[in-house]
Design a protein around this ligand. Structure first.
Ligand code: HXC
Length: 515
């Protein structure tokens, strides 16, 4: 009986903390409360809260009056679609969700528990950053979170959902996450806010233009998914998790149920989608839609470096990581941003046993002084490193062009691809014939009485020799040349033949990917 009274007293205390005024204040900003967010994300009745009594030890600068049980963050565990997850949700209505010593301790605890038990961790971020009143203890709090996140990297999927400000130190938890979700007009992520920027440099900028969802989805590349509402955003998190294993020791789940699409089918529509004329672009998303399980493509970073598509998809119900050149933009070339985007996705998939499939159609790395001076060599090397290092099944399909560095990075058997498949329209060469002729026949053309004619003849000769997949097939570097209509069925067969792939690695502390 005494227990019941005590529990009733605690419940009342909690209700007071969630005062209607504070809830209303949050709603007026168009935002949900920390607990409403947890309820949206988790299966009903599965949430178990940890550390609700934790509170700040600080008394200076008005903290005695401000501090509250829970220390402005709700943390614990629960289930999403029946699978266990750990999470925390910062409460902006209390001290701006700012991070003090104990707030940080709560977050570090759930990250460590998630790591130990092999469950994804989800951070719901709505915070003004390091709690100024707690000084260095706040900074050390971030340090403990970052260290825990780095230790968890590659062990469990780490997801950050930004639903409010993510200021200062708060922005580096997303920065260290595998995936960052943002909501239009609600999320803002920045290291230093507009006030500080104005004081330091005189530059005037709004929160939205500095670190809004569009900026991070299109320009900085710091965000992976953008949504119009918090509700859609949390649905997006659930969808992403459905492709992923719980941890690095599991395989990703094969989709079951009503929407699972296990069968092979012909892809006759591919002949309409991909023009024979290699100079014409097309929408690679249509190819993906035609080949992979219907509506299964979950594009990652869809607004950033649009010349390459990356994401997760399903093939006969199996989760796969997809990398594809989008010829609609910049002829699908690999530039600095798309190299970063591709390498990051590849490394994530490799951590979590998700096989990789490439759809290749590109003339290579983007030429130009801008790219060279900004470090395309450093960034492009990430793609080479990530693919060469990845030990998951790697399948590459060449649709049309695979020139130069892009051939090496995206489809060379010698880089470690397990299957290299080509359509008869595939063209594999060191570079385009027009450029090649200017290099190897420069003198002959210059000395010729009919330079234009000779140039044309030589281009045709090179096209004849190189612009087909047969040279590579003769050398055993292309495993098979298939009719486009067989694409889905061959990819399924190849994928299933590789599911038990094991690759021994050289013992070392860790590699040194170019950064
Ligand atoms: C303590 C904070 C706080 C902080 C906000 N609050 N940020 N308290 N430490 N870092 C408190 C406010 O005092 C206020 O308390 C309440 O939260 C709500 O804040 P408002 O400013 O009224 O809300 P809003 O107008 O919506 O603006 C939100 C905001 C703004 C944009 C986040 O508060 C802001 O600019 N905060 C500082 C952001 C920042 O520069 N953070 C970096 C910290 S340094 P009351 O009691 O009035 O309700 C850092 C170090 C790591 O993180 C750096 C690594 C790179």
């Amino acid at each position: 009986m005494a227990f019941e009274k005590e529990i009733e007293r605690l419940k009342k205390k909690w209700e007071e903390l969630e005062s209607p005024e504070l809830v209303e204040k949050q709603h007026q900003k168009g935002k949900l409360t920390a607990r409403e967010r947890i309820n949206l994300l988790l299966d009903p009745e599965t949430f178990v809260e940890l550390d609700p009594f934790v509170e700040s030890r600080f008394q200076q600068l008005g903290m005695t009056e401000k501090k509250i049980p829970g220390d402005a963050v709700v943390s614990g565990f629960g289930k999403i679609s029946g699978r266990q997850v750990y999470l925390f949700s910062q409460d902006f209505s209390k001290m701006g969700g700012s991070l003090g010593e104990l707030h940080a301790q709560k977050i570090t605890k759930v990250i460590e528990l998630a790591t130990k038990t092999g469950c994804p961790i989800i951070g719901i971020i709505d915070s003004g950053g390091a709690r100024i009143q707690e000084g260095i203890s706040s900074l050390d709090g971030y340090a403990s979170i970052f260290r825990a996140m780095v230790r968890a990297s590659g062990v469990i999927p780490q997801i950050s959902v930004i639903v409010g400000p993510s200021a200062g130190g708060a922005s580096y938890a997303p920065g260290l996450s595998d995936f960052v979700f943002m909501v239009e007009r609600i999320s803002q992520m920045f290291i230093t806010g507009p006030e500080v920027i104005r004081a330091v440099s005189g530059e005037k900028v709004s929160f939205e233009d500095l670190g809004g969802a569009s900026i991070h989805s299109q320009k900085s590349g710091c965000s992976h998914f953008i949504f119009k509402s918090e509700k859609d955003c949390f649905l997006g998190v659930k969808k992403l998790l459905s492709y992923l294993p719980q941890n690095n020791l599991e395989d990703p789940p094969r989709q079951k149920g009503l929407f699972a699409e296990f069968f092979e089918r012909e892809n006759l529509r591919l002949l309409e989608i991909v023009p024979e004329d290699e100079k014409k672009g097309y929408d690679m998303k249509e190819v993906i839609e035609e080949v992979f399980d219907k509506n299964s493509f979950l594009e990652v970073q869809s607004g950033f470096a649009t010349n390459c598509l990356v994401g997760l998809a399903r093939l006969s119900g199996y989760s796969v990581g997809l990398v594809a050149n989008q010829t609609k933009f910049m002829a699908g070339t690999l530039d600095i941003d798309s190299s970063d985007k591709v390498a990051r996705l590849v490394r994530f998939c490799d951590c979590f046993n998700i096989p990789l499939i490439n759809l290749v159609d590109t003339s290579g790395y983007l030429p130009g002084t801008d790219q060279e001076h900004r470090g395309i060599i450093r960034h492009g090397a990430k793609v080479l490193y990530a693919f060469a290092e990845a030990s998951v099944p790697k399948i590459s399909l060449i649709l049309r062009k695979a020139f130069g560095g892009a051939y090496i990075a995206l489809c060379s058997r010698q880089l470690g691809y397990d299957r290299v498949i080509a359509w008869p329209s595939a063209q594999i060469a060191v570079m385009g014939p027009e450029q090649a002729v200017r290099i190897i026949y420069r003198k002959e053309i210059a000395e010729s009485k009919e330079p234009k004619k000779l140039e044309k003849e030589k281009i045709e000769e090179l096209k004849e020799i190189f612009l087909s997949p047969y040279q590579a097939a003769k050398l055993g570097q292309v495993d098979m040349i298939i009719h486009p209509k067989e694409t889905r069925s061959i990819l399924i067969k190849c994928l299933e033949s590789l599911l038990n792939k094991r690759e021994a690695k050289i013992a070392k502390k860790h590699g040194n990917i170019p950064l």
